[in-house]
Design a protein around this ligand. Structure first.
Ligand SMILES: [Zn+2]
Length: 162
């Protein structure tokens, strides 16, 4: 026998793809019908419904991030504002709903440039070693390393805040 959690997960998986095309109301209807079909009692429906809705909310946030939509860490609403870029290339958004300032990870272009700088430095560094020369990293190398570390942390923050 399946327990309720398993049933609810199954219902979620069955509508996971549909949330991209259906309206919230249609999705709500489907969940309720599915719960009834699985013989949920009236008093169980509310809790199960909320649980499935929570999973869907999580899923749609992931989906929006995939589609490069920007989601506020705090209130989870979508931000339609154009970003400002800080000195290192991170995008800065201000949420219109809660006014929180949000720093987003680097775009691929910036990330690739930083990696290219780092790899180029490593090649030059290793190349110079046999000749007894020691190439000191310049400021740009430090910026690249720190930016990539910061970028990684921001990426983690995004997946945690979901
Ligand atoms: Zn917000």
């Amino acid at each position: 026998m399946e327990n309720n959690n398993q049933i609810e997960n199954k219902i979620f998986l069955s509508i996971k793809e549909k949330i991209k095309t259906l309206s919230t109301r249609e999705v709500d209807e489907i969940i309720k019908v599915e719960l009834k079909n699985h013989n949920y009692e009236d008093w169980q429906v509310d809790y199960a419904f909320e649980r499935i809705k929570k999973m869907i909310k999580h899923e749609s946030i992931l989906w929006k991030i995939e589609k490069n939509k920007i989601i506020c860490f705090q209130c989870k609403l979508e931000i339609n504002d154009n970003p400002k870029r800080d000195l290192w290339g991170f995008r800065k958004y201000t949420c219109m709903s809660c006014n929180k300032e949000i720093l987003y990870p680097l775009t691929n272009r910036y990330r690739n440039i930083y990696w290219l700088v780092l790899v180029s430095f490593c090649v030059i560094f290793i190349d110079a070693l046999p000749n007894g020369r020691f190439v000191f990293p310049g400021l740009l190398i430090f910026v690249a390393v720190l930016s990539l570390i910061k970028d990684k942390k921001l990426c983690e923050k995004i997946s945690l805040s979901n």
